[in-house]
Write a protein that binds this ligand. Sequence first.
Ligand SMILES: [Ca+2]
Ligand SMILES: [Ca+2]
Length: 199
Amino acid sequence: MSRQIHTVGVLPKLTLRALGLLVILLPATATTAVAQITFDGCGTIVEGVECDLFAPDSGGLYVTGLGSFQVGDYVHVTGTIDPFCITFCQQGDGCIFGTIELCDPVVDVAFVRGDLNVDGGFDIADPILLLSVLFTPGTPGLACNAAADANGDDGIDIGDTVYMLGTLFTMGPPPAAPFPDCDTVTLAALDCDSFSACP
Ligand SMILES: [Ca+2]
Ligand SMILES: [Ca+2]
């Protein structure tokens, strides 16, 4: 997916009230250090009264340079917040200086942890497959990497094999959720392209 990146900036304030503030406050604030509040998150562009605004998932309304993005777009904004910025937008909790790009959609996938070969069951074939993936060159990749993370630490390594063997043969704890039933999980570090054993 191609991404668009734009510089985010403050828009000049044009209202009479703001013009008064500009004359009085700008010389003073120019030399005043403002605490930097970092922002990194996704949200939706919404229509404000005077201009379009950025509404983060975490709450609030901010002025940003929206580039070619439009109302309804789900975007990722990274930068610093100036809560006292002056713009012609009468709404908003401040301005964000930084970049704006499309936000990757959250992927919710139903799968079962431990069932690496996606045959609908959990048995010795699953940790054996993981050994092959880890140590046998040429072994095809997994359809659902998240299923291989048996211990749920957001990584795939020999520890997951040991964990699965423990579950199967030494009464170790079961794989982390979702297990043994399918469930939908929002994945962070590992992906899951498909898992045909779940509806
Ligand atoms: Ca299996
Ligand atoms: Ca793991």
